[in-house]
Design a protein around this ligand. Sequence first.
Ligand code: PXL
Length: 274
Amino acid sequence: MSKICLTIAGLDPSGGAGVVADIKTFSAFGCFATAAITSVTFQNTMGIFGAVHQTADSVRQQVQAVIDDLGINALKTGMLPTAEIIEEVARLVRDNNLTNFVVDPVVRSTSGFDLINDTALRSLIKELFPLAAIITPNVPEAERISGVAIESKQDISDAVEVMRELGAKNVLVKGGHLNIGQLTVDSEQSKTETHKAVDYLFLGDDVFKFEGEWHETTATHGTGCVLSAAIAAKLALGKPLLEAVQVAKAFVNEAIRTAPNLGHGHSPINIKST
Ligand code: PXL
């Protein structure tokens, strides 16, 4: 029997981020994809030009229809633009005892468009953090949520401590934006600077470090969406959180490495079956 995954997120009509990216990711992992749309955005690889948000009632009816018929093995949230939608999602998760819940605390698009307002962000923290199996902020998101300016590993730990005080259980901080320069000495004894994309997973009392290769690329549109969807898919398949994150990280790395370079801005990444 297929495992059912649900994404509750925005529509990016150009297909790189939001529910389209999530659906492709769920399918790539062999799960059956379902989707509820929180906002119709107008965008392409160059930027976001506007959005029309759904009402809380629209989101409730979309999600409830899926729950009542198919059931859900795992879900993720992406763009949740209003406090009303967030409160409704929290009610749906609580009332239906939904588990394997991944919260991607989407704040801003790669191109700099605000995808949530301050009131809604406060509500997302209060309502959804305690319900989530894991939250997956990138560095700018972790900074905005925690109020900690992040420049080092210690800053990340401090930010995670604040996020845990705010109700988060497990936290994956995506360090792609951190760009930690590391001086290494190559075979010719000349110094070259290399970058690593380092993510930290705070899982219970443990911290796991994931070092991915750093891709000097602008093809990063939708990476956060795909990562959180991949984690949800593995949880739906019954895998533990650590394995889910490991596999999801490798999946995104490969998708960035083989990105198709479409459009004139930030290309989408290459979501394909494993
Ligand atoms: O990656 C954040 C994100 C989430 N959801 C939607 C988006 C974006 C970024 O562009 O468009 C719909």
